[in-house]
Design a binder for this molecule. Structure first.
Ligand code: SF4
Length: 358
């Protein structure tokens, strides 16, 4: 069994779970007993930090009691997340845990890292004598951020299906494996009634924060874009991207090429996207510039209604009378502007002419 301070820093590991199980503490005790007050407040702190900073944060682990409270705060945070019952929040929390995991791993020696990686069933090889690490290419492709140049397969040494990588890079790959794991584990887990009752205030507070963030996202005026005038298809894709939903490639392509046609800069588009819980500025910039021509020198035109319908991206239940008059999301947007300009003109014509009155 690893030392208690290690279990506290890595509460998702097998040894940590065994330790918690062996303590034989019932959920009711953990939730009600004043002995675990500190664990309960750390659990909330983990969630708040994850939501605000995309990192659950660090706390003192100098005493045995610090480690025990830190360790018990983890299952509590998970249970509270299930009661918050919001996929955006769950992903944000999973990211917060995974980011801290990565930061801790980068401070460990390679043997420790190799030991931990085994728990994630990643197929790796470690040549201890030469301190050389490699990972099987399928695991690499599943978890490595290959959209970056440094991570692309062409820039990696591949031998017998294994890809060489540094311990820092292996930590990054493992970060992603933990993020996936937590997100999957919590996605469909029901809320424990007692957790809901005990933490009702905190759950409400966090749900309010999520609502505020969502509202802010809806009302942020960006660049030359008037969100109110967007056609239903683009509005929906944008909302999904901002919520961090899994948007298919064609959806992202339609959105970025549409915004690019409105002359929004790459930075304007990034500002629109950066509300997603797992937002990654570098990745977004790369993907956006591929579509807008910043990387490939080819700037793509946004797809029309027919194509969006073929890809299931036209929300038929939201189609309005302007949709019926137009065949392209850009025409929809332009039409809405025309209506507003006409309305403004009409209004100004109705204003009394002061010169004539005099
Ligand atoms: S009809 Fe065209 S503009 Fe309207 S929602 Fe569908 S795809 Fe978008």
């Amino acid at each position: 069994m690893k030392p208690l301070s290690t279990l506290a820093r890595y509460p998702y590991l097998h040894d940590a779970k065994t330790y918690v199980k062996n303590q034989g503490i019932a959920v009711t005790e953990l939730i009600k007993d004043p002995l675990y007050d500190r664990a309960r407040s750390i659990a909330i702190e983990r969630l708040e930090h994850a939501f605000e900073n995309k990192d659950i944060g660090v706390r003192q682990l100098s005493k045995e009691s610090d480690c025990i409270m830190e360790l018990f705060s983890y299952p509590l945070s998970r249970m509270i997340t299930c009661c918050i019952n919001d996929s955006y929040f769950t992903r944000r929390y999973a990211l917060g845990e995974a980011v801290r995991f990565y930061k801790n791993l980068t401070k460990e020696n390679t043997s420790f890292l190799v030991d931990i990686v085994k728990e994630f069933n990643l197929n790796i090889q470690f040549d201890e004598e030469n301190q050389h690490l490699s990972i099987y290419f399928t695991d690499y492709l599943t978890y490595a951020p290959t959209r970056y140049k440094h991570w692309k397969l062409v820039n990696r040494e591949l031998q017998d299906g294994y890809i060489s990588l540094s311990s820092k890079d292996l930590s990054r790959v493992t970060q992603e494996a933990l993020r996936h794991r937590i997100n999957n584990e919590l996605s469909d887990k029901p809320c424990h009634e007692l957790i809901q009752k005990t933490f009702s205030e905190e759950i409400q507070r966090l749900q309010n924060k999520i609502d505020i963030q969502r509202k802010n996202n809806e009302t942020i005026p960006v660049g030359k874009l008037d969100v109110e005038k967007l056609p239903p298809c683009i509005k929906r894709i944008l909302a999904d991207v901002q919520a961090g939903e899994n948007v298919p490639h064609m959806g992202r392509f339609a959105l970025v090429s549409f915004l690019n046609s409105l002359k929004l800069s790459t930075q304007d588009i990034i500002n629109l996207f950066n509300t997603a819980p797992d937002f990654d500025e570098e990745k977004s910039r790369y993907q956006i510039e591929h579509i807008t021509g910043g990387v490939s020198s080819t700037s793509y035109k946004p797809p029309g209604c027919d194509k969006l319908k073929t890809y299931g991206l036209c929300p038929s239940e939201e189609i309005d009378r302007i949709c019926k008059k137009t065949h392209h999301p850009l025409s929809y947007y332009g039409y809405k502007w025309k209506i507003e300009n006409k309305r403004k003109k009409k209004k100004s014509n109705k204003q009394p002419n002061k010169k004539n009155e005099a």
